[in-house]
Write a protein that binds this ligand. Structure first.
Ligand SMILES: [Zn+2]
Ligand SMILES: [Zn+2]
Length: 335
């Protein structure tokens, strides 16, 4: 990594750099400050794998479907959504419970199967979001940059690809996590290959299932992962636009039952922005938070412990503003 490679590349040079970055996410990130200071620009070559992920869904017209393949898609959506919310978000980003180093690594591998890049990149971007929510520095504010940029545009921008390890020092001290983060396509490739292989054996051993290796790849990987991405992204976009506000936070975060159901609990986003250091995001029994129920169950097995509770202050002095729309006090830039 040199400063020279952190300069904006052109033509073949840009193509070569993007190809290397597909496999080594830290390549060319020498001068982070310079990269972060660049204007937003879609890095088309860099996002080719992301485009392929979406195009892969069209494979359904070639391979068809079976109940086994559809069941795999749904099951893998739920498991990996939990890995994103329970591990990438509530563990790595916010450290709302403790676990062993071995379990931490396994959580990171499971999270990496969601194909949302590495755990340190995810945590770095998320911590940055909390620090600057709906302010000029927020890289995915729908208030300041519009719905589509907050939903999908920001992850295609060259300035948002690097991980600033100085902002996740608590995680960067583990070389195994840094490895997963740097080579962030390794786990997804193994995962997709594993599904294809599984489909082959299921088709051979249990022909009555009617499943094929291509169906497992298209449904279990491409469709399930694409839907998973957009559901997760809805928290960056819709959870700052739709729903109610219990707490008068400085950002535009919202609470939404619909988003909470889709994302296994992340829809209680206004609760979370106000009290981000608790493992729960639904603060009342009727605020369904499936990730919390799973984490609580895991704590009974001893796999995780020291789950941080909702602070007493969260139940006092709440300021609910039903259906509130912009602007909020202190944010004159909102439309
Ligand atoms: Zn937010
Ligand atoms: Zn958070």
């Amino acid at each position: 990594m040199t400063n020279a490679t952190s300069q904006p590349a052109r033509g073949w040079s840009r193509l070569g750099r993007s190809l290397k970055q597909w496999f080594d996410a830290d390549y060319g990130n020498g001068d982070l400050a310079a990269i972060r200071a660049r204007p937003d620009r879609v890095e088309w070559m860099r996002v080719v794998p992301f485009v392929i992920l979406h195009l892969g869904c069209l494979g359904v017209f070639l391979c068809g479907w079976s109940w086994t393949a559809v069941g795999a898609a749904v099951g893998l959506y739920l498991i990996r959504m939990f890995a994103i919310t329970g591990f990438y978000h509530r563990y790595f980003s916010h450290r709302t419970f403790n676990t062993s180093r071995t379990a931490q690594f396994l959580f990171a591998v499971l999270g990496a199967c969601a194909v949302q890049r590495g755990p340190l990149w995810w945590s770095y971007q998320h911590r940055h979001h909390h620090k600057h929510s709906d302010e000029e520095e927020d890289v995915h504010s729908p208030i300041l940059r519009g719905f589509w940029w907050s939903h999908i545009g920001w992850i295609t921008s060259a300035r948002n690809f690097p991980t600033d390890y100085s902002q996740v020092r608590d995680l960067a001290k583990y070389p195994e996590l840094v490895f997963l983060n740097r080579f962030d396509t390794v786990v997804p490739i193994l995962f997709a290959t594993g599904l294809f292989t599984l489909g082959h054996f299921l088709g051979s051993w249990f022909p009555s299932l009617g499943v094929t290796s291509w169906q497992m790849l298209v449904w279990g990987f491409f469709i399930s992962t694409t839907v998973l991405f957009h559901a997760t992204s809805s928290i960056n976009s819709l959870a700052h636009l739709l729903g109610n506000r219990r707490y008068a936070t400085e950002d535009n975060s919202r609470n939404s039952l619909l988003l909470a159901l889709i994302t296994l609990g992340e829809g209680w986003h206004n609760n979370h922005h106000c009290h981000m250091n608790t493992v729960r995001q639904g603060f009342y029994w009727w605020e369904i938070d499936i990730s919390y129920y799973v984490l609580k169950t895991l704590s009974w097995t001893g796999l995780i412990w020291n789950l941080k509770p909702v602070p007493r202050a969260a139940y006092e002095n709440t300021h609910r503003i039903p259906g509130t729309r912009n602007p909020l006090p202190g944010h004159p830039t909102r439309p």
